[in-house]
Design a protein around this ligand. Structure first.
Ligand code: MN
Length: 438
């Protein structure tokens, strides 16, 4: 049995009149929600989402959590339609649940919609797991601004995905293998806009008790300005029933990293390729023919006696072929258009194509970077092994820069960087204090 303990704290901050954040600490279910909307609608939205999540999370599986998210979205959406004052209200929702995985083992599932965040603190290192669904979050992912610039960006409060905005929502989920001593932090942007990741990590290193951590992080955000409501939930894996010891033994002698975080679903393909995530209706889908229709008047259609190929039928055939051709072009474009960041041996590389390939299109290496897997935070390595899809080469390069900086902050960078010709293609040593073993 995996056992967890948690602590949480929430504060209105020093500027706002009311606290529109909500949080939940229940048995095996933890959540943070940050509501938006005037006339206290934000407060209603976040409280509704958290309550609905708690009520609807009845099956402790990943799908059960996703269903509970959809139900929470419906609850907020329904309420938003009921009165003019509540129209347009919405909320972020970041939740962590203890579930039974497909193999029967206990697992943690992190799910997210919006710009509240989920972090994993493992072996003294802090890694942000969730992607911010915000305008500045997208700019950071595309490499147009830095994380520091995002924290003070005038449009940092614009979110691109939230509960209550539409009848259905897209939810990102990650599976995390629980490991004794790991801590997960769920928080609203009132923390992350005021306190850097380094400060959050330092606080987690200094304080062990989840409640102390949550309280101290809220205090720091207030001290740094408190411009928004601040909410923090810290969950600690007290006991993983021997999983960590087993994994460490299994990982010994291999590259070292254990498989800790896997991104299940994400804001990749459809949204990034076809754009315009604000209108997920048929208008954009219509422009890319997914199935080329077999036209009724096609020349191959059985008829009474031999039919002459009239100009009308010929024109139809030309159009049908054009549609088929467009479909094929779209397919090739889809298979080849995007990039992903993965591993080429021990080196982090940018590939063109889709992870694992699509149809007969295998991904090709676009560029091999100087970054090695040892220089990447252990919590990111599973993600790289799977391939992290990005919409453009720029976005892929920005992601590499981000994980390189993250690794540097964690002290994983090579102490003597040898700029060229010194890229060892074979295994390199794992720096002490990283990898699987504690
Ligand atoms: Mn906020």
């Amino acid at each position: 049995m995996t056992t967890l303990r948690a602590g949480g704290a929430s504060d209105v901050g020093r500027v706002r009149a009311i606290n529109e954040d909500s949080f939940l600490i229940a048995d095996g279910l933890y959540a943070v929600a940050d509501g938006v909307g005037g006339h206290q609608a934000g407060e209603v939205a976040s409280a509704t989402a958290v309550e609905a999540l708690a009520v609807e999370f009845t099956t402790a599986t990943r799908d059960g959590l996703v269903d509970a998210f959809q139900a929470a979205n419906e609850a907020v959406w329904t309420l938003a339609q009921e009165s003019v004052e509540r129209r347009g209200m919405g909320t972020t929702l970041t939740a962590l649940a203890l579930v039974e995985g497909e193999d029967g083992d206990d697992q943690l599932v992190l799910a997210n919609v919006g710009d509240s965040r989920g972090y994993l603190f493992q072996g003294g290192e802090l890694v942000q797991i969730t992607d911010d669904h915000s305008l500045v979050g997208e700019l950071v992912r595309e490499g147009q601004i830095t994380e520091a610039e995002a924290r003070v960006h005038p449009r940092r409060s614009i979110i691109t995905r939230a509960l209550g905005m539409d009848a259905r929502i897209e939810i990102d989920t990650w599976t995390v293998d629980p490991s004794t001593g790991d801590r997960l932090v769920l928080c609203s942007d009132g923390l992350t806009n005021e306190v850097s990741d380094d400060r959050i990590a330092a606080t987690l290193r200094r304080l062990g008790d989840p409640q102390d951590c949550a309280g101290e992080l809220v205090r720091l955000a207030r001290a740094n300005g408190g411009n928004d409501n601040i909410t923090v939930v810290v969950v600690e894996v007290l006991d993983d029933s021997g999983r960590r010891a087993a994994d460490s033994a299994a990982a010994r002698g291999t590259a070292g990293a254990r498989r800790s975080v896997v991104h299940d679903t994400g804001p990749v393909e459809a949204d990034e390729l076809f754009g315009d995530r604000s209108t997920p209706d048929s208008s954009s889908a219509g422009s890319i023919p997914r199935e080329a229709p077999a036209p009724e008047g096609s020349p191959a259609a059985p008829g009474v006696g031999p039919r002459r190929l009239t100009w009308r039928v010929a024109a139809f055939a030309v159009v049908a072929l054009a549609i088929l051709g467009l479909g094929a072009v779209a397919m090739v474009w889809y298979a080849r258009s995007s990039y992903f960041v993965g591993l080429d041996g021990d080196q982090v590389a940018i590939y063109k194509g889709r992870p694992g390939g699509l149809l007969w299109f295998d991904p090709t290496v676009e560029q091999v970077t100087d970054l090695t897997v040892d220089q990447v935070a252990p919590a990111r390595r599973a993600e790289l092994r799977q391939g992290k899809t990005r919409a453009s080469l720029d976005a892929a390069e920005a992601f590499v820069v981000r994980i390189a900086e993250e690794g540097e902050r964690l002290g994983l960078a090579d102490p003597e960087p040898e700029p060229e010709g010194a890229r060892p293609p074979t295994t390199s040593t794992v720096p002490a204090g990283t990898g699987g073993a504690p």
